[in-house]
Design a protein around this ligand. Structure first.
Ligand code: SF4
Length: 426
């Protein structure tokens, strides 16, 4: 039997695509634990940043020289000419054509550089349901056209899974031992706009699931995926209602990208910075201990020092628990690609200043829990057990004798940038 290994890069949505490819391939191929054991390597790529893309092309070059048979999947499919330059013989499977992954593996063995890019629904496709953490995609694609973003070129079609399918996957996952469900998407706010439904209907279906598939007595928590401010603002009362329920982590990931209204317009974002402040205010008002995550880009070509200062001010005022700071990188095929770039040294300095500020605020937000008792879902085991509090703060749990997927009360005695530290109350 042909041995296949999947190497995955990028976001939770891309990992969920690997779960689909794995489930399809294992019916007719042997899934190899590593490249070394594989006849064919499927590289599920990411293209969100230039640095990530360079790393992946370096990886491809290395595997190609090792005469590995490759299949290229994922968002790099937005740049086929470059893929063809690095690996002329590799079949390419775009994110919307995962159902062809088996044919692509056979093509790789036969040296046929096929391209699978037809936009087909993934609705009925099988998927690997992992535990205790399981990724459940709710939609592919978005309805925005941010000038810096290449992802939308790789995933140009908004494709939502029906609430029935999402709830079924969720129940199957919980039946299989999952206790943390990560709903994932490029933009959860766009969910359902292509199938005459919306995110609130889905959250309602999850919160009030009375389907026969529901697992009686199973306690699990659902993390809502990234949602853009324009959608979060439009559905805010309903989202806050859903988060009020026991099923959802008190966590919201709302990418704002900049604190400058001018740059926000120039990025072609569909929201204002004011919208973000309003969302944060409403969430903090409803749940003072909720966690807010956001993303910011520093060094966007039109960003002045004053604009950058506004971004720092946004972080100081809104105090997000998590801030993903990225340096602008011009992505092929995007509107921002043609803009005159800011010198690297300035971008590097802005990135360092922004990262230092966000770390300071993250630590400050975490220190508030020292001396408190928190309920934690234990979901990982490395050197120590780790889990998530109801507001999605990561907690290292000492003295825990239960099993992954259990909830436990934990007395917090310390915190650092990455985590809270506590002792299990047993
Ligand atoms: S919302 Fe914007 S940044 Fe996000 S995937 Fe769509 S175009 Fe890209």
């Amino acid at each position: 039997m042909v041995k296949v290994h999947i190497e995955t890069y990028g976001c939770t949505l891309n990992q969920a695509d690997s779960d689909i490819m794995h489930a399809i391939l294992r019916t007719s191929h042997e899934m190899a634990p590593s490249n070394a054991h594989a006849d064919v390597v499927v590289i599920n790529t990411c293209t969100v940043k230039g640095a990530t893309e360079n790393k992946i092309f370096e990886r491809i070059r290395k595997l190609e020289t090792g005469n590995r048979k490759l299949v290229i999947a994922g968002c790099l499919a937005a740049n086929i000419p470059k893929i063809r330059k690095y690996c002329p013989r590799a079949p390419i499977v775009t994110p919307s054509s995962l159902m062809h992954i088996s044919e692509a593996v056979d093509d790789a063995l036969a040296g046929r550089p096929m391209l699978y890019s037809a936009p087909e629904s993934k609705e009925g496709l099988p998927r690997i349901l992992t535990a205790p953490i399981c990724r459940i995609p709710i939609n592919d694609g978005c309805v925005s056209s941010c000038h810096f973003c290449q992802t939308r070129l790789a995933r140009p079609f908004l494709r939502s899974y029906t609430p029935k399918t999402v709830v079924k996957w969720m129940n199957d996952a919980v039946l299989g031992g999952a206790r943390e469900i990560q709903l994932t998407s490029q933009d959860s706010g766009a969910y359902g706009l292509d199938i005459k439904t919306n995110l609130l209907t889905l959250l309602d279906a999850i919160a009030n699931d009375d389907s026969s598939g529901r697992v009686e007595g199973a306690d699990y928590l659902v993390r809502l995926g990234m949602i853009n401010p324009e959608h979060a603002k439009r559905m805010l009362p309903g989202i806050l209602d859903a988060l009020r329920g026991p099923r959802f982590y008190k966590f919201l990931h709302v990418p704002v990208q900049t604190g400058s209204e001018k740059v926000c317009r120039e990025m072609n974002r569909d929201h204002t910075v004011r919208d973000f402040y309003d969302i944060v205010g409403a969430v903090r008002g409803a749940f003072p201990e909720a966690s807010i995550a956001t993303d910011i880009i520093v060094g966007y070509p039109t960003e002045t020092e004053e604009d950058f200062e506004e971004t720092l001010e946004l972080v100081r005022r809104s105090k997000p628990e998590v801030v993903n700071v990225s340096k602008f990188s011009p992505r092929p095929g995007t509107a921002a690609k043609g803009l005159k770039e800011i010198p690297n040294l300035i971008v590097k300095r802005r990135s360092e200043v922004a990262s230092a500020l966000t770390k300071e605020i993250t630590k400050e937000r975490r220190m508030r829990y020292v001396g408190r008792r928190l309920r934690v879902l234990v979901s990982e085991k490395e050197k120590d057990f780790k889990g998530r509090a109801v507001n999605y703060h990561q907690v290292v749990v000492k003295g825990f004798s239960g099993k992954l997927g259990d909830f436990v009360d934990v007395d917090i005695y310390d915190a650092n940038l990455g985590s809270l530290f506590g002792r299990a109350v047993e």
